[in-house]
Design a protein. Sequence first.
Length: 304
Amino acid sequence: MTQPPPPAVEVVEYTDPLCPWAWGSEPVFRRLRAALGGRVLWRRVHGLLFDVDDDPAPDPAAETAWYARHVEEISAHTRAPRAERLSRVAASSWPASLAAKAAELQGEEVAGRVLRRLRETVFVLGEPADTPALALAAVRGAPGLDPVRLATDAAADDVLARVRADWAEARRPVREALAARGPSPHPGAAKETGDGGYRYALPTMLVRAPAGQHVVPGWRPYEEYACAVEELCPGLLRTPDPLPPDEALRRYRSLTDPERALLVTGAWPPPEAVRVDTGNGPLWLHPEEAATHPATARGARAVC
């Protein structure tokens, strides 16, 4: 007997390449993607945390010092790596978002690697990819990426239109996001914008299925995302088996300590791992990733 197709489920991830809370959510999102195993449509919507209309800081050095402390406080909750020194607050999220959106045209795997590199520019290197040149340089050499096509697509009108559509969608939060009241320090309620409207807090996940929809706003433990999926689609989520260290490093290319705690089993690190020290813990790179990663110029070393 022919089995019916699985439920049509969409997972919408409202994010930004330069958002510290979104960076801190990478471990649970990676585990959730593994648990869903490609059985849903996973769509990323870029919220443009640093918009082009934001007023420039009257004192950039003071703003950078304040924002570095802000990121440090966030990383104390998420345990995500943070840069030892932040050179500046990002001028704009648009260049990184355009590069990330353009990378989606080269497939889901390439898009994930590009977005990861863009996040690491600010939270590992302290140099946000806030210009087109910096965004393209950050992802150069990412496995599977066609850099010439990426540069062309990131400057194309259709990709700009897609990011503008993301901007608009992120500013049409569903009612549940407006009323969200999660625990501190990131309750997750939609943020009021300068024009009196609202934008999803980043990150926010919206799960849509024939049975309805659930919003999981802000930084949340894995169990809350799993419950949102299970309530709408019982049996869709499958517990992923932890990966051996070498296989995990080969699959993900770049791993933080919070990620390996959720995704990896066995003695760590594997012999081929390349360690990059940050302000509060290491980033681990696969040697092929390290060969072209911007962090390799910042003191990366192979683990013996």
